[in-house]
Design a binder for this molecule. Structure first.
Ligand code: FAD
Length: 415
């Protein structure tokens, strides 16, 4: 191994983990530094859906309207804690400005580039490494109570069709055949065949096993404090367990990235967008197909090993309180759709901080004050889906190879 092939990755989430995977496959000597346990940030208890068709960002005129309606309701799908903090106010204003049609088009194209090959890339990793993570390419059902919302989904579907995907309409009489767990009286559904599900905690556990087999050093309970730097080039990361030397570096610290502005010598506009999930044992009568309960923005995912409902978006800073109001909103969110409401009280509640940028795109770029340090963070609600293509792209850029997707839309210069 050449001594100039040492990569150090900070952050053991799905983004850091997938990058470590692709770098190892290219022959890099990789060390990954994680402040807690590998995989146990946002990448652990999320809904586990791989959704290449989710090309539209949250910044759309329709979402802005719903968001304003929900803004101060504590149990609505979106909750924004009132704030006088000028930085946070500025972030929300920029988010709102990005809801203009022209911006939505630009963002959609760039999201699609990271999402389009997600199923294929996951199938390659999971198949090649024989990962037991409840992977299944079974599609998902968007379910509607409101006839108006059901019809309006045609506009969302038209966008994914532009990228070679698209859903099929399921009229009310056919809903029960598609998903027997649904109540009668719903307005309809759209079945999106381009969705797969995996169990994210199992995927991350398996990814750790594969990385260790590849010879990656995973240093857990190791906090990153900054870089040793000479003439604009980092030579090591400073950690709570001492320095770790490297030739190239990646910061993949998800929602925590903004807190590292001194270490990175730049403030990145990434806010924690808190989401919750409840996981329970499998039991009869639960949905067999992943479902999006659209009006309540709640997602249900089934696996052989369990059942999870998740979602909600809470902007309340770096707050680790498991808020019962928000958790109950998940439980109440499934009531209008399912025949048998599962005994969610016995489930395991979890929260995670989604790394949210105000323009719906991650940052994948070299840091301006360093010649050999990249950042890959800000994958908002679709980090699981974007992770393989992001990892691949970062590995190509660090290796000086032609990138498989144009990295320009994810550059820091856009801020
Ligand atoms: C409820 C919910 C449901 C979701 N459902 C889906 C879904 O169905 N499909 C989908 O595609 N996406 C989904 N997401 C989004 C997805 O989970 C995230 O986008 C993704 O996990 C982000 O990955 P990451 O690696 O950037 O961050 P993380 O997984 O949070 O990893 C960052 C890591 O960096 C470490 N770190 C931070 N600071 C330091 C430091 N100073 N030193 C060392 N280590 C540090 C952290 O401990 C953490 O382990 C969901 C999210 C939530 C909350």
């Amino acid at each position: 191994m050449s001594s100039s092939n040492r990569a150090v990755i900070i952050g053991g989430g799905v983004i850091g983990g997938c990058t470590a995977y692709y770098l190892s496959r290219k022959g890099w000597d990789v060390t990954l530094v994680e402040k807690d346990q590998f995989g146990q940030g946002a990448s652990w208890g999320n809904c586990g859906l791989v959704v290449p068709s989710h090309v539209l960002p949250l910044n759309t005129p329709g979402n802005l309207k719903s968001g304003l309606r929900w803004i101060l309701q504590r149990d609505a799908p979106l909750y924004i804690q009132p704030t006088l903090n000028p930085r946070r106010i500025g972030w929300f204003m920029k988010f709102a400005l990005r809801c203009r049609k022209k911006e939505v088009h630009r963002t959609t194209m760039a999201r699609a580039a990271l999402l389009q090959r997600a199923l294929e890339l996951y199938e390659d990793i999971i198949g090649r490494e024989q990962m037991a993570c409840d992977w299944k390419r079974q599609g998902a059902l968007h379910v509607f109570r409101s006839a108006r919302e059901f019809k309006k989904f045609r506009e969302v579907d038209a966008v994914s069709r532009r990228f070679g995907m698209g859903a099929e309409i399921v009229h009310p009489p056919d809903l029960a055949a598609h998903e027997p767990a649904l109540q009668s009286g719903l307005s309809g559904g759209w079945y999106d065949p381009f969705v797969a599900r995996l169990r994210p905690d199992r995927f991350m556990t398996e990814l750790k096993r594969v990385l260790i087999d590849f010879g990656v050093t995973i240093s857990e309970k190791t906090i990153f404090y900054g870089f040793q730097k000479k003439s604009g080039k980092a030579s090591a990361v400073m950690t709570s367990r001492g320095p770790v030397e490297g030739d190239k570096f990646l910061v993949a610290t998800g929602a925590w990235t903004r807190l590292l502005h001194r270490e990175l010598e730049i403030a990145l506009p990434i806010e924690p967008g808190k989401g919750y999930s409840i996981t329970m044992e499998p039991s009869p009568g639960l949905p067999r197909t992943p479902c999006f309960f659209e009006e309540r923005r709640v997602v249900a995912t089934n696996w052989e090993s369990g059942f999870r409902i998740g979602s909600t978006m809470e902007f309340s800073g770096y707050n680790s309180f498991l808020n019962p109001v928000r958790i109950n909103s998940l439980t109440r969110g499934v009531l209008p759709y399912l025949k048998n409401v599962p005994a969610l009280r016995n489930g395991e509640a979890w929260y995670g901080w989604r790394p949210m940028t105000y323009d719906g795109l991650p940052v994948i770029d070299f840091l301006p004050k360093f010649t050999n340090v990249m950042v890959a963070a800000g994958h908002d609600t679709v980090g699981i889906s974007m992770a393989p293509q992001t990892g691949r792209l970062v590995a190509e850029l660090l290796s000086g190879e032609p990138p498989s997707v144009d990295p320009e839309p994810y550059s820091l210069s856009r801020f």
